[in-house]
Design a protein. Structure first.
Length: 115
């Protein structure tokens, strides 16, 4: 089965399901515009994110009601969307993080001889 995010295929573990959670987690800390999110996500993952990837992901999160945005018009430069977590997004993130916590021991076991 081909990878939906073919530009992300170089990861050897399935990060696709974790990427939305990482973005939601970043937005839990503070609202950000797309470029800031892209930079932060790249820093966390330790590699660049394909150009434009973050905006498709943000659109999907917005359609699910997990993020919203407002327009910011800086004194110089173009207007930009500032994304923030919704209450629903915060609840969704909290529940998914609880699920990840339950598999933490499994991950530790898998990495036991590697670390």
């Amino acid at each position: 089965m081909p990878c939906r995010h073919h530009k992300l295929h170089h990861w050897s573990i399935p990060l696709g399901g974790l990427l939305p959670l990482i973005v939601l987690r970043i937005l839990r800390d503070a609202p950000k515009h797309g470029y800031q999110l892209e930079e932060e996500l790249s820093r966390i993952l330790g590699r660049p994110i394909p150009e434009g990837f973050i905006y498709g992901l943000l659109k999907r999160l917005e359609m699910k009601g997990l993020v919203t945005y407002t327009w910011e018009t800086p004194p110089s430069g173009p207007a930009r969307k500032i994304y923030r977590l919704t209450n629903e997004g915060n609840e969704y993130l909290t529940e998914r993080l609880k699920s990840l916590t339950s598999i933490k021991q499994i991950i530790y076991y898998l990495l036991e001889d590697v670390i």
